[in-house]
Design a protein around this ligand. Structure first.
Ligand code: FUB
Length: 445
């Protein structure tokens, strides 16, 4: 093993030990998780902090999906502030939430300082269009209209809660793009009193017989608090803390789902940024932890995200095409989008890696194939199992393919007797400090 590799392994192991399961996404800064379960898939919509952001610099909304809670597929930006013709600036794509009704997907988007708009699509992946040409709600006298959360009750009535520092509620009409003006004051009711310790980021839902509002608790640092009620309109009783205020983070923002019999709370951390610097910047990362309800419906407090490890609730099938942007962990690489290709992995440097978790190799694998493109450089993909320092089972040479986005399939044989369920590590190698090649998809045979 060469010295350079040893150094990078040591750094990697420390990083992995201290960050455990968090953050969910490593290729971009993501915040304000809005997970949604539909069919057998978790759709995780997030906001997007720019790589160089100091304050909030947010232009678009991203989508990731998973069927096992550990491997997440990057679908890129599915909407942006540009989708609202009435916006006066491009920055301000704050915490959205997406919900499906009658085959349509509704994305509720705060444009900071401009109220809350709504976008509609026939598909969770977009394209999303603005059916109104104006905000759904905008109380122009203040900038409190952020962080919408929408839930459809058992009787079909949809409710939208939102706001910082006040908590507001509206009843959505059946079309999901207009509010019932007969409710509250011109369609809006301010929840008074709001739940104790409420700051922002409400997440409204029902579990068994209780209604819940989880929220980012009073800034700063924010934890995750929650309140319960027997009615969708309260009164809301503060019940406790899902995650206490902690100096480990500054902001937080909950999203809660039940998936395959497990309960998960998503939130946000600054842990990816902390790998680079201790200085504060709004470059956040979505994180997730599993929790359980107590018998009385309350939620016992859980520790900060970095003390959790998510157990996979499914396996990944490597025998069809697996997108390179499907990953459980990575270091160094980024994702990009190109016409005719979709999302691909790029910015691959020597020592960078991608981990794919809980891969079911069945009775065994013999060959690895990768769709790659390389303008100048030659490199390789080293394949290890179970750990970054685990057994090497293959080495796929990636020679120059003749140009940027000139895609070719490269392949290599796999060591004998590799079968069953394993984590797979793709570790990238080349000489020189420049990015090597782009990686579109792969498979085992
Ligand atoms: O991400 C922008 C804002 O920061 C969100 O709308 C708030 O909830 C906080 O996370």
């Amino acid at each position: 093993m060469n010295k350079k590799l040893l150094v990078s392994i040591t750094a990697m192991c420390c990083a992995m030990a201290s960050f455990a399961q968090t953050p969910v996404i490593q290729t971009k800064y993501t915040a304000d998780p809005a997970p949604y379960v539909h069919g057998d898939t978790v759709y995780l919509y997030t906001t997007h902090d720019e790589d160089t952001a100091q304050g909030f610099e947010m232009y678009d909304w991203l989508l990731y999906t998973s069927t096992d809670m550990v491997n997440w597929t990057d679908h890129g930006a599915v909407a942006s502030t540009k989708d609202f013709a009435w916006r006066s600036r491009d920055n301000g794509a704050w915490a959205e939430q997406v919900i499906e009704r009658d085959g349509k997907w509704f994305m509720y988007c705060p444009l900071h300082g401009h109220g809350i708009g709504v976008l509609v699509s026939d598909s969770p992946y977009g394209p999303f269009k603005d059916p109104l040409g104006e905000p759904l709600v905008w109380q122009k006298e203040h900038w409190y209209d952020i962080d919408p959360t929408v839930w459809i009750d058992d009787d079909g009535q949809a409710y939208m809660y939102w706001g910082n520092p006040n908590l507001y509620c509206a009843k959505l009409n059946r079309d999901m793009i207009s509010i019932d003006k007969s409710f509250g004051k011109n369609g809006i009711m301010q929840m008074d009193p709001k739940p104790l310790d409420y700051q922002e980021g409400p997440w409204f839902y029902k579990h068994d017989k209780y209604y819940y509002i989880a929220f980012a608790s009073t800034c700063c640092p924010e934890g995750i608090g929650y309140a319960m009620s027997k009615s969708p309109l309260g009164p809301w009783k503060k019940c406790g803390t899902i995650m206490n205020h902690t100096q480990k983070t500054r902001g937080n923002h909950p999203g809660i789902i039940e998936y395959k019999g497990h309960n998960y709370v998503f939130g946000l951390t600054y842990d990816l940024l902390r790998k680079d610097t201790d200085l504060h910047a709004e470059r956040r990362s979505v994180a997730v932890a599993e929790f359980e309800y107590a018998k009385d419906g309350t939620i016992p407090e859980i520790k900060y995200f970095d003390e959790h490890k998510i157990t996979p609730v499914g396996t990944l099938n490597p025998f069809g095409r697996v997108e390179a942007e499907t990953m459980a962990n990575s270091d160094g690489v980024k994702t990009a989008k190109a016409d005719g290709v979709g999302i691909y992995v790029t910015d691959i440097h020597d020592g960078d890696f991608i981990k794919v978790a809980n891969v079911d190799l069945g009775a065994g694998i013999k060959k690895f194939k990768a769709r790659v493109a390389s303008m100048y450089r030659n490199g390789s993909i080293e394949i290890r199992i179970d750990d970054f320092t685990g057994r090497v089972i293959g080495n796929c040479q990636v020679d120059c393919t003749g140009g940027h986005l000139k895609w070719t399939t490269r392949e290599c044989n796999i060591a004998p007797n590799i079968s069953g369920i394993h984590d797979i590590y793709f570790i990238f190698h080349s000489t020189g400090k420049y990015p090597m090649f782009d990686f579109d998809y792969w498979s085992f045979e």
